[in-house]
Design a protein around this ligand. Sequence first.
Ligand code: 5RP
Length: 235
Amino acid sequence: MTELSPSDIAKDAAAAAAVRLVENGMRLGLGTGSTAAFMVRRLAAFVKEDGLQLRCAATSKATADLAESLGMKVETLDDIGWLDLTIDGADELDPDLNLIKGGGAALLREKIVASASDRMVVMADGSKVVETLGAFHLPVEVIPFGWQTTKQLIDRMLTLMDLDGRPILQRKRDDAPLLTDEGNYILDLSLEAIPEPARLSAALNAIPGVVENGLFIGLCDLAIIGKPDGEVVEL
Ligand code: 5RP
């Protein structure tokens, strides 16, 4: 078995603590990303060893594929209807538990799943905790039709809000636009600091062509922060 890096030890510690919140019979949302992958692996082992009965919806095709490869059954959110708990990672979190998510281009399904949950728990390593959101680029999911116009409208809105951070289209290695699971594009905003996340989120989502943005405001109930020594703290 390969040795885990200090950052992976922190992620796995947070994942292990999050999985301890899972109870038999729960309807669960499974997040996306490397920390969520640690959680899915631990959850799959838990299900296998303890015979836990769960109903799970995934926030991405990648997570669904991983869970199923480990023997877990994954259903659609509509099949399940409502979730007791969603466990996901984050790119940044502030002291009010507002988040930037979507570094793995799954923000749309992640936000739908988190919004359809009684409780959202975020797992992260300490490097993700910030005073003010924005050092991490903010992903914005836009529909492909007229995306350059949408980009201009976002640019204009940022200027009106006195924010820097011109939108840049996320591309794959072959230079083609990266497609989300929903077949949309992602524009990344490099804002450096987001003083009013709720205001920015509302302004972005009011632009035609914007499907959703990576600001998760008031959705996270608990953050579990893993440390490289394997300890965790809760925020
Ligand atoms: C994917 C996400 C991830 O949760 C976020 O990017 C964190 O990923 P990781 O655990 O790999 O650092 O929002 O869209």
